[in-house]
Ligand binder design. Structure first.
Ligand code: NDP
Length: 451
């Protein structure tokens, strides 16, 4: 990187840190983006002189609100609700809702920022947003979840709409929560529209949406391997998490002949050296989706080891799929992965790897499917759910799976276009950052000061 570009990044990041004090995840996301985008802009004069870096790192607006709800003992509880509408430059705001006790403004701002470029990469007309609450769904009854979702929507409904902002699920927000949220929106607005995605199939949902993020992450890994004339068959794979993304990434790995050997949750991970089979995964789906149990129960059921409080990255593998939460692989763990033979990482989770880990992957020149690219399948099928809602029709599972595969291939091609190096190595993160940036930048330049 030339010295004057490095200097501009340092100055810019000083301003970002000053304006977004104590928001370390947001600073981390912007820093990683600037590292790739600034050098490209310095070589492309058409993108200079519009102050795009400042315009793209300040959200359009942030809504913060109180959510009061009644627990099963008749006590009033209070949580903090958020919606970060980062940019609608290329389409209505779009991005998930997260219910988790560690939700704060920094995490939602980083997620909304990344969502803008991820959505741009899909090629579909969607802006970027993220929202949620510091509400912990664990241990809550169905009635409590319903009352919380209804109260959350009592405020959120003023700020969203099928042409304004279309939320979806994320950590702690699955089919059950989306149904309660959608029901309340419908009641408050007296409209039936595609205002949320991830809906049930009987009321406007799309086939493949539940599976899309996990399947798409595996498709992206296969695209990266295919580019190197390799295949996923027979590869030993580590998966973290045991929620929506982890379950369907594992399912696709099994279907395509790979051998997933780990799953985790916030209590630790299980290692099944014989491989997680479709039958065992069906048991996990029931455990997590119906019984809402802990992954440690897998160890008792199938006679394997559970490692309490640990993450799976010390297990030898060919490929790794972080699918739980942000910053779950650090620099040391990345070194361990590579020392043990790992040749590729594809992130189902957002910001699964921290900045040190990414530097390790880049240095070792292993395949690194960054989240903006690798987990874009979920939002892509959400975009297709919006299209189906607008047309008042639905496509078949086969057609949607085909669309998902095509979209992931398109994202891979855009990453290769902008991330290829002279020796043939593809820096997928750089490719995703620049390709995602370019489309949004073109729109901002066209709008002038209106955006
Ligand atoms: P779920 O709530 O279905 O599952 C989350 C999983 O991650 C659970 O197993 C959970 O364990 C684990 N987890 C959460 N927080 C932590 C933590 N601090 N430490 C260890 N494990 C943790 O969420 P999703 O599967 O939907 O989302 C997972 C990731 O994928 C997130 O980063 C999300 O942003 C990203 N993503 C999701 C998309 C989607 O379509 N759902 C789309 C694109 C990205 P526990 O139950 O113990 O909390």
């Amino acid at each position: 990187m030339r010295n004057n570009t490095a200097g501009s990044i340092t100055n810019f990041m000083e301003g970002v840190r000053h304006r977004n004090r104590a928001q370390k995840e947001f600073q981390q996301a912007v820093g990683e983006w600037a590292h790739d985008v600034f050098p490209w802009v310095s070589q492309n004069p058409a993108y200079q002189g519009h102050n795009l870096s400042a315009r793209m790192t300040e959200p359009d607006r942030i809504i913060i609100f109180r959510v009061t709800w009644e627990d099963d003992n008749g006590r009033f509880q209070v949580n903090k609700g958020y919606r970060v509408q980062h940019s609608n430059a290329i389409g209505p705001y779009k991005g998930g809702l997260r219910f988790h006790p560690n939700v704060n403004l920094s995490i939602l701002k980083f997620l909304a920022f990344e969502q803008v470029f991820k959505n741009s990469l899909t090629g579909l007309p969607m802006g970027g947003a993220k929202g949620g609450a510091n509400f912990d769904p664990k241990g809550k009854s169905d009635g409590e979840i319903m009352r919380f979702c209804q109260s959350f929507m009592n405020e959120l409904y003023r700020h969203i709409g099928p042409f304004t902002d279309v939320p979806a699920g994320d950590i702690g927000v699955g089919a059950r929560e989306i149904s309660y949220l959608f029901g309340q929106y419908k009641r408050l607005s007296n409209t039936f529209t595609g205002v949320l995605t991830g809906k049930g199939l009987s009321f406007g949902g799309s086939e493949i949406r539940v599976e899309a993020t996990g399947y798409g992450t595996v498709y992206f890994m296969e695209d990266m391997l295919r580019h190197q004339k390799k295949s996923i068959e027979g590869k030993t794979c580590l998966v973290s998490g045991s929620g929506n993304v982890a379950i369907y990434a594992t399912e696709k790995l099994i279907q395509h002949g790979a051998k997933p050997v780990t799953l985790s949750d916030s209590g630790g991970f299980i290692h099944d050296p014989d491989g997680i089979t479709q039958e065992k995964l069906a048991w996990v789906k029931d455990l997590k989706e119906k019984r809402r149990g802990r992954i440690s129960e897998y160890a008792d059921e199938f006679g394997v080891r559970h490692y309490p409080g640990e993450r799976p990255w010390s297990v030898p593998c060919d490929l790794a799929f972080p699918c739980a939460t942000q910053n779950e692989i650090n620099g040391d763990e990345a070194e361990t992965l590579i020392r043990n033979g790992c040749e590729g990482v594809a992130e189902g989770a957002n910001m699964g790897s921290d900045a040190d880990a990414i530097a390790v992957y880049r240095k070792a020149r292993i395949l690194y499917g960054c989240p903006k690219a690798a987990n874009a399948g979920g939002v892509a099928v959400s975009g297709l759910e919006m299209a189906q809602n607008s047309m008042r029709m639905s496509w078949s599972r086969k057609e949607l799976n085909q669309h998902l595969g095509d979209i992931m291939r398109g994202i891979h091609e855009r990453c290769v276009e902008y991330g290829s190096e002279p020796d043939g190595y593809v820096d997928y993160l750089r490719g995703a950052n620049i390709a995602g940036f370019r489309k949004v930048a073109d729109a901002l330049i066209a709008y002038g000061t209106s955006a």
